[in-house]
Structure formats: C-alpha cells, structure tokens
Design a binder for this molecule. Structure first.
Ligand code: SF4
Ligand code: SF4
Length: 377
C-alpha cells in the first residue's frame, strides 16, 4: 500500500487563475458556482512571489487563466516575470479584451503560447452561449492576430449537445483560420457544467456522429499532409472506467485560485476540504506537507472497490470531485467506473441525455446574479 508522501515529486504544471472576473457567461464554466463570494485577488507582488516559489520547486509550465486573465491590468508584468523565471507560459483566454497591440506586447514580454476559446462555429450560437453579442467577431480577429504574431495557434471549443452537430463546420473554421492545434473538449461536469448537465450533455448518438466526423476530417488532413492537429476529448460519462484525474491527486498539477487558495485541480474547491492559501504558507509546505494536498495521495484512503482493485495504479480511483458531486462522498470510487456501486447515476445521466429537450434558454448562465442565487442556497 502506498503512503501519502511516497513518490511525491514537484509540481510541474502551475495554473495561475488570476481572477474570476469575466465578461462572458458560459453555462459550462469551471469556476465555482459561488465565485461571486470569492472576489479577493492576489496582488501583482503576491503573484510574482507564487511564480517564483513554483519555479524554485521545479514547475516549468505555467498557465494564466481565470475567469478572463486579460482583465488583470498587470498581465504584461506577470508575463515578463514568468519569462525571467524561465517558465513556458500559456495564456488561456476568451479573446475578449485582447487587441493586436496586446498580442504583440505579450510576445515581447515573453509569452510563449495563446489559446483562444470559441463557443461555436457561427456568430449566432457562439454569442448566445457566451452571453455577448460581440464575442464571435472579436474571437475571429484575435485568433488571426495571434497567428500573425507568430504564436502557435491553439483553438479550443467546449463541445456540448447544442454545438456538437457543428463539428464539420468547427473543423473547417479552424483550418481556414490556420490553426495549428484544435482542442475539441466535451464538457466536463463540474462547476456550472454540473448545474447544467441535463441541458448540456450530448446523447450517445450525437457523440458517435461527432467522433466519426472528427476521424474523417483527421484522415483528410493526413491525406493532404496538412499539419493541423485535432484533439477530441470525449466525455467520461460514456466510459466504463474513469480518467486518471490530474494524473493523480497532488502529483503534477498545482492550481492557485484568484484569492491564493492552492488546489490540486481547478475544480477541487467544491470539495469539503480545507485547502491552504499561499498568503499564509510557503508553496513548498502547501505542496508537500499540507493536509489538503496529502488527503488523496497514495491509496490508503481508498474504500472498496478501489482498495483491492488491480487497476488502482492506472486511474487512482478516478476523479474526487466527480465522486463527491455524484455520491456525496469524495472517498468513493468515481461513479464512471462500472465497478462502482453508484454507476447507476452515470447510466441515468446517459438516459436523460437521450431524452433531453432543454434549449439554450433553459441553461443557467455563469454570471454574478446567478452566482449570488447559488450562494444563498
Ligand atoms: S468558461 Fe466562459 S465564462 Fe468561464 S471563464 Fe471561460 S470565458 Fe469566462
Ligand atoms: S474500482 Fe476504483 S480503482 Fe478500480 S477501476 Fe474502478 S475506479 Fe479504478
């Protein structure tokens, strides 16, 4: 049996969630439902200190995300700080608030990579999902600006039942824009996406059609010797074994939330665990010694069926957040697993997706008003 602190290496990936502020309202946002009650943000100096501590521990990859990280006026300073420390840095943005001048400034400051997210392949659907009439045109312009500035162009589409039929159009749009990498990421049901799961989850038939479209497109790209890479992340709700979530709790990934709360993944804030804060403890103590980060390391915490399962070194029992959301106990096996006593909850969600009729107007959009409703319970 592994003990919690066996084999703990350094965090190699640091995700800096600079802010929960965002001009968009995506109903699948991974930010906490109660983000309106977490409006504290670390200062520039505090962020630079976190980056420095992370780099000293061995972190090499850095993501700036949010919310929308562009709302932080000190972003150029943080990018320059990351470059000086030797990070490979990635800006994960909706494109709202970006300008051609900023794209160029960030390149000069040392940003390595910009990922622009889209909601759909056409302005009507994109803007309806994003909750902004200007979003699509702005995203198109900024995707082009990113390419023109010499960055690798990485486009991200979150896929759900309302846009999954657009797969061929999405891929054509990406090719027209000159994308180098396309990530088609089916919704992961945490945060706002969990609250909207019935209205977002594609049916199996939709998924099968979409996968076939993606595979056909990939074959065509190969035949034309086209370099665009397409990654399609399918929903684990249609699997029989869970994903090896975050490659294991507290093994590679360290997220720092806007207020300095340190988390083993960006969703973990929803768990009933007291996570440490970078304003109160050094990052090294947090990573190696805090109860929050050691909580699900090793396998001594596992109940059955994971405890005696010969696959536990492959998937670590799946996702703790999913176990908590679907069973009320984060120690349980991820219900995606067909060996879980709660797998019926996944089967029920699949059946519901086959019969769902909810439209875009039925979704709960991610905004401060709705967050305040969740906060009030
Ligand atoms: S998912 Fe949408 S609402 Fe959430 S931070 Fe990203 S752009 Fe903003
Ligand atoms: S029982 Fe637990 S360890 Fe075994 S496959 Fe299922 S989730 Fe993974």
């Amino acid at each position: 049996m592994n003990t919690p602190t066996d084999h703990v290496g350094p965090p190699l990936w640091l995700l800096a969630e600079l802010t929960y502020r965002c001009p968009l309202q995506c109903p699948y946002c991974s930010n906490p439902l109660d983000f309106a009650h977490h409006d504290q943000e670390l200062s520039t100096e505090q962020w630079l200190d976190v980056l420095s501590q992370g780099r000293a521990m061995g972190a090499a990859q850095l993501g700036f995300s949010g919310g929308e990280p562009l709302v932080r006026q000190d972003l150029p300073e943080l990018i320059a700080g990351a470059r000086e420390l030797g990070y490979y840095s990635n800006l994960i943005t909706s494109g709202l608030g970006l300008t051609e001048a900023k794209v160029q400034d960030f390149a000069r400051a040392g940003l390595d990579h910009i990922q622009v997210s889209f909601q759909a392949s056409d302005p009507e659907l994109n803007n309806a999902v994003a909750g902004s009439r200007k979003a699509f045109d702005q995203k198109l312009a900024m995707a082009r600006a990113v390419k023109d500035a010499g960055y690798p162009m990485v486009l991200n589409f979150v896929v759900h039942r309302h846009n999954i039929h657009q797969m061929a159009d999405i891929l054509a749009l990406c090719e027209n824009l000159g994308a180098d990498y396309v990530e088609l990421a089916t919704c992961q049901y945490y945060g706002w996406a969990f609250a909207n799961r019935e209205g977002l989850m594609p049916s199996r038939a939709q998924l099968v059609t979409a996968e076939a479209t993606v595979n056909r497109f990939r074959n065509q790209l190969a035949e034309r010797d086209h370099p665009m890479k397409v990654i399609f992340v399918t929903p684990d709700y249609y699997e029989e074994r869970p994903k090896a979530c975050m490659n294991g709790w507290g093994s590679l990934f360290l997220t720092v939330a806007p207020d300095g709360t340190a988390l083993p993944c960006h969703s973990a804030r929803l768990l009933p665990i007291d996570f440490p804060n970078v304003t109160a403890s050094p990052l090294e103590d947090i990573w190696y010694r805090s109860p929050g980060f050691n909580h699900y390391r090793g396998d001594s915490w596992m109940p059955e069926p994971c405890r005696s399962c010969d696959e536990k070194d492959k998937d670590f029992g799946g996702c703790r957040c999913q176990a908590y959301l679907l069973t009320g106990n984060a120690d349980n096996a991820d219900p995606v697993c067909s060996k879980s006593a709660h797998h019926d909850r996944i089967l029920a969600a699949r059946t519901a997706a086959d019969h769902a009729t909810a439209g875009l107007e039925d979704l709960i959009y991610r905004n401060a008003d709705n967050s305040n409703v969740f906060c009030r319970g």
